[in-house]
Design a protein around this ligand. Structure first.
Ligand SMILES: *Cc1c(COP(=O)(O)O)cnc(C)c1O
Length: 365
């Protein structure tokens, strides 16, 4: 069986380091804040090439905290891709803003800048640029729209730790970046976790205060915030895993390259492309075919686990029917029946990748 994800195998590969980090944290009782967190925040900021990093409770909170810290005008519109996980849009509504879905590009599935430009109004205040599946958005185009209309750009990097645009890591290319350390992400904790990165010192401080009851000192609360902290055990675990992340992303890229070699020129199957100068983090390897469900069944019978990201486009979810975008002829409204995620990860050997590619080719021949 070729597993979609194998977190146990990953643990076994680094067991000594992880166990030591957990033991250390418990011995020092460094459960909230302290040296573990400071070290991880420093290392993760450096890894993402950002000046500041603030650990938070999860990736949804990190989006909400950034939105709150940016203090957009009341009732502002925020543009979100129609193909993403619900957290990308949920954070907008929960922060008191209005979601405006924009279509995604039918080739790389990230925000289509032309559609974003069409949806900008006088009330638009920000864009959530989701680097979906680990592939960076077209940041040049999005930043130029943002400059023209004075919009904030928040990068949702939940799937894109380590991804790059022209040698620059994602996260601090826009105003702020949001990361999730949900266990299945490329950099995953052993529970929930998240982080905010930015090059804006004021914004980083505001985020840190919002995430910690609005305080800057133990009982010096400047305003009401909330409790959303990265706990010390998770910080210790993440700091160990961060040392391995580049190697794991390289492995993901090797598996992706094997798939791309094995699956090119198949009629009726579109494979991922990587925009020039980008480093894809390959959180997911997503193919597109009109025969999606049949292919998934065929692979299941061949012992290959697959996934669907996402089975219902955001505008079609009951939560968003009030926006009345569910029947717009957007590509995103069709993506949910044509996209299939093949297994990818450092747990796959070259033989596994070869077997998966062969099983897919066999289906189409
Ligand atoms: C996972 C994910 C999130 C949310 O992260 P959590 O840590 O689960 O709250 C946000 N956006 C995207 C695109 C995600 O994939």
């Amino acid at each position: 069986m070729i597993k979609f994800l194998d977190l146990h195998a990953q643990y076994l590969g680094i067991k000594g380091e992880i166990d030591a980090a957990i033991e250390d944290t418990i011995r020092c009782a460094a459960f909230i804040g302290g040296e573990n967190n400071e070290r991880f925040e420093r290392n993760f900021a450096a890894y993402q090439q950002a000046e500041f990093c603030v650990g938070v409770g999860n990736g949804t909170d990190s989006l909400e905290i950034i939105l709150e810290a940016l203090a957009l005008p009341k009732g502002a519109e925020v543009i979100v891709p129609a193909n993403s996980f619900i957290a990308s849009s949920e954070a907008v509504t929960r922060s008191g803003y209005r979601v405006v879905f924009a279509d995604v590009d039918p080739v790389d599935y990230t925000l289509d800048p032309a559609d974003v430009a069409r949806r900008v109004t006088s009330r638009t205040a920000a864009i959530i640029a989701v680097h979906l599946y680990g592939h960076p958005c077209d940041m040049d185009a999005l930043l130029s729209i943002a400059r023209e209309h004075d919009l904030k750009v928040i990068e949702d990097c939940a799937q894109a730790h380590g991804a790059e645009v022209d040698g620059r890591r994602v996260g601090a290319i826009g105003h702020a970046g949001s990361f999730s350390f949900y266990p299945g992400k490329n950099l995953g904790a052993y529970g929930d976790g998240g982080a905010i990165v930015t090059n804006d010192r004021e914004l980083a401080l505001r985020c840190r205060m919002i995430a910690n009851h609005g305080r800057i000192d133990k009982y010096d609360h400047r305003f009401e915030g909330r409790n959303s902290r990265l706990d010390g055990l998770q910080a210790a675990i993440l700091d160990v895993k961060l040392r391995h992340l580049d190697g794991w992303i390289d492995r993901r890229n090797a598996v992706a390259a094997a798939y791309m070699r094995g699956l090119k020129d198949i009629d009726g199957l579109a494979i991922p492309t990587i925009r020039r100068g980008h480093r894809h983090a390959f959180h997911l390897f997503v193919v597109r075919t009109a025969r999606r469900d049949e292919l998934a069944r065929h692979l299941g019978e061949a012992g290959v686990q697959t996934g669907i990201h996402y089975p219902i486009a955001l505008p079609k979810l009951q939560a968003y029917r009030y926006l009345e975008q569910y029947d717009e002829p957007m590509f995103a409204n069709r993506a949910d029946v044509e996209l299939l995620s093949l297994p990818i990860g450092e747990h796959l050997s070259a033989e596994d990748a070869h077997y998966v590619a062969q099983s897919v080719s066999q289906f189409f021949s």
